[in-house]
Design a binder for this molecule. Structure first.
Ligand code: ZN
Length: 210
């Protein structure tokens, strides 16, 4: 399995290109405004993008869902609770986008435990609300790898003072992630990667974080 990360506009969002080496089938996690960059790299690797996953419905992460899907025919997957954000995002531009992102629609409405398969790669959906109601992480137990979106960052977590945010649910979600094997590699939606055993601050969370 090849995993490449890309730091992309509009908000230094991390996108990930995940390629199954045997079949050259690929998935992209949170394209942000990186459709062209991601497509160019997929082409260089001889990879066919089959699935676009969103860790949550915020437009900085989902902005290029539609052009990426138009170019690849890939299915879009998002946790079902956040799916409605994809059409709502098209109604108005946030401050960091010059125009509303084109509407996209979920083809895969993910639930807790849903498995997403691309070639021999299987990612399991973990519902981790707190940043949004439908935030999710995608876990590959076989390689001890977690795409953590805006739930867990290196040394911190995503904001909970945004619409759909919940400090109490964030604490529950972080405590859940802290139970993963200590060597689990964390690939977040912003900032550098980390591993679970470095995130010792989670154990000290006594009160909801804001
Ligand atoms: Zn977000």
């Amino acid at each position: 399995m090849i995993v490449e990360s890309f730091r992309l506009p509009p908000l230094d969002d991390n996108a990930y290109l995940v390629v199954d080496e045997a079949t050259r089938e690929a998935l992209i996690i949170d394209p942000a405004l990186g459709a062209q960059t991601l497509l160019a790299r997929a082409q260089e690797l001889g990879a066919t993008v089959k699935v676009i996953l969103n860790t949550h419905g915020h437009p900085d992460h989902t902005a290029d869902n539609a052009p990426l899907q138009a170019a690849t025919g890939a299915k879009i997957g998002i946790f079902e609770v956040d799916a409605g954000r994809l059409s709502r995002n098209a109604r108005e531009a946030p401050w960091y986008l010059s125009a509303p992102p084109p509407a996209s629609k979920a083809d895969l409405l993910l639930k807790e435990g849903s498995e997403v398969r691309v070639g021999s790669i299987v990612l399991t959906t973990l519902h981790t609300p707190g940043h949004t109601e439908g935030s999710a992480c995608f876990y590959r137990a076989a390689e001890a790898l977690l795409f953590s979106g805006d739930t867990l960052f290196a040394g911190s977590c995503g904001r909970t003072d945004v619409q759909g945010g919940s400090p109490a649910r964030m604490v529950s979600s972080l405590r859940r992630l802290a139970q993963l094997p200590p060597a689990t590699r964390i690939l977040p939606g912003h900032g550098p990667e980390t591993i679970i055993e470095r995130e010792t601050w989670i154990a000290d969370l006594a009160y909801p974080v804001v």
